[in-house]
Write a protein that binds this ligand. Sequence first.
Ligand code: PMP
Length: 423
Amino acid sequence: NNLAERDRAVIWHPFTQMQTAPAPISIVRGEGSVLYGADGREYLDMISSWWVNLHGHAHPHIARRVSEQLQTLEHVIFADFTHEPAVELAERLLAILPNNQSKVFYSDNGSTAVEVALKMAFQYWHNLGKPRRKVVAFDNAYHGDTFGAMAVGGRSAFTAPFVPFLFDVDYLPVPIAGQEDAVLHQAEALFTNEVAAFIAEPLVQGAGGMVMYEPEVLDKLFQLAHRHGSLVIADEVMTGFGRTGRLFASDYLQEKPDLMCLSKGLTGGTMALGVTTCTKAIYDAFLSDSKFKTLFHGHSFTANPLACTAALASMDLLLLDETQANIQRISQQHADFANQLAAYSTVETIRQRGTLLAFDLKATGEQTSYFNNIRDTAYNFLLARDILMRPLGNVLYLIPPYCTTNEQLAYVYKQIIELLKTI
Ligand code: PMP
C-alpha cells in the first residue's frame, strides 16, 4: 500500500494540511546528511531536519549508546528519583554553558523549555513577594507553539486565532544593522522595574526568517534589562551547540543571560528533549519561599534516560576536534559562497553566522505572504535536484549537519546558483 495515501487517510501534519499540499515524501533511512526515499531517491538534508540533526542521521555512536541504555533503564519517574544519564548530562552541560548557569531543569522540547523559563521567571518574582507581570520580547520572534511560547513570539498569521488567549508582551523591533540606536532608544522606554523578563533568540531569529543581528547591541539590551533587575532569557533552542560557530550564541556576549533554553541539537536530533538552565539566584528564590518551594511543572517524560543518553552521545561527537573543525570549515565555505551570491540581483540581505547562511530572494509583485510563489518555486526547484531546503517565505537558508562534506555543499551551492538564474 502507498505510504503517502495511508498517511493522508490518518495523519494531520504540522503547519501543512497534507490534503491540499503535495503528497508527503516517504523516507525509509538516513545516513549522514542523506535521507533515503522509499522511491530510491537520496535527498541532501540541508536544514538538518528542522535544525536538529547536528551529526546527520542515524549516527552509529548515538545509536549504540541509546540502544545500550534501552536495555538497561529506559525510563523512570523523575520526581524523587534520579539516574546517571540525567546527572551526567546536567554536569556536562553546565561545564560548557556560561558559568553563571547553575541548575538544569528537564522538559520535552523547545517549546516546553521556553514555558519552563517563563514560569520560573514569573514564579521567581512571586516568591520574592514582588510580582512582576511585564515581559519584553523581540517582534517577529519564534519561541514555540505552546501558549506561553506563542505569547512571547511575534504576532503572525500563525498565532492570529489564539491572540485573545495570550498574555500581553511589549515588543521591541529586532536590532538589525542600521537599526541599533533606534531600538536601544525604544528599549530605554520599555524597560522598567515592572519587567519580569526579557526573552531573545540571541544573534539569529530563526523561524522569523533567519534575521541576524550583532552581539554588541544584544549586550546593551541585556545590560538595560539587568539594570532594572529583570531576568534575561536566552532562547538557544536553535542557536545552541555550535550552530553560530561557537558552542552557544551567548558565548559571543559579555552580559550573561539568567535563564537559557536548549533543545533541537541537544540530542543531535535523535530524541525529543528540552532543557532550561538558570542561575543560583533564581533557584535560591524557590528554596527560601515558605509556600512555593517547588516549580509547579513536571512532564511524564522529564529527563527520559534514553533522551539524556542521546544528548550525552551527541555531546561526545560535538566536542571532537574533527566536529569543531567541520563547523569552522562549513562556516568558511558559507562565507565564500556568500561572496559569490552578492553578484546576483535576485538576492538581497545576505547574512551568515557560523554554519547558518540565509538570504532573501527578491520578492516581486504580490509575493508577500509566507507561502508565496517564489517560496514554492525555490522549494520545488531544489527538491527536484534532491536537496531538502524549506524556505521561510522568500528567505532561503542553509543549516546543514556538521558532517556535510565539501562535495555535498559544493553541489548545493551550484544548484542554488542555477535556481537564481531561473528566477
Ligand atoms: N525556540 C526557538 C528559537 C525555535 O527555533 C524553536 C523551534 N523552531 C522553538 C523554540 C520550539 O521548539 P520545538 O519545536 O522543539 O517545540
